[in-house]
Ligand binder design. Structure first.
Ligand code: ZN
Length: 149
């Protein structure tokens, strides 16, 4: 039931991942509890020179601006790559209910690879996690970006 929806959402995240051609292609989308798209973003670190301008942080900020609340209860964050510590922390602070991600990030991942920030029992909010959605497509996008041409 959920998988086709998550794949559809991941395709949307993939479609915004390369919005800034200089940036590492990662895309993030926030969906409301009723499935409405609230915000979408790609990485903008190179574009803006902002070290915190990861796709997830930008999408969370835009979703909060749109709803008028920092609390994103009931929302789902969909992202093409396993979030880093900053983004995992941000989505916990935003009270996002579900995280759906594509490719694993063994070097910096904070949703099971290096750390598991979103399921740390010491925190009072732990989102549901769905990993590996369209993993092959999400990983290929990154591999092509880093491939020397
Ligand atoms: Zn991040």
């Amino acid at each position: 039931m959920l998988r086709p929806l998550h794949e559809q959402w991941m395709r949307r995240a993939l479609s915004v991942a390369s919005a800034s051609p200089e940036d590492v292609p990662v895309g993030a989308v926030v969906y409301a509890a009723d499935g409405t798209e609230l915000a979408a973003a790609g990485n903008e670190r190179e574009l803006t020179g902002d070290p915190t301008a990861h796709a997830e942080v930008i999408a969370l900020r835009r979703a909060a601006a749109r709803t008028g609340s920092w609390r994103l209860d009931g929302c789902t964050l969909v992202v093409t790559l396993e979030p880093c510590t900053m983004c995992a922390g941000a989505l916990v602070l935003a009270r996002v209910s579900r995280l759906v991600f594509g490719a694993w990030e063994p070097k910096t991942g904070a949703v099971g690879s290096l750390w598991d920030v979103v399921r740390d029992r010491r925190l009072n909010h732990r989102p549901e996690v769905y990993a590996g959605i369209l993993e092959t497509e999400c990983a290929a996008l990154l591999r092509d970006f880093f491939r020397p041409s």
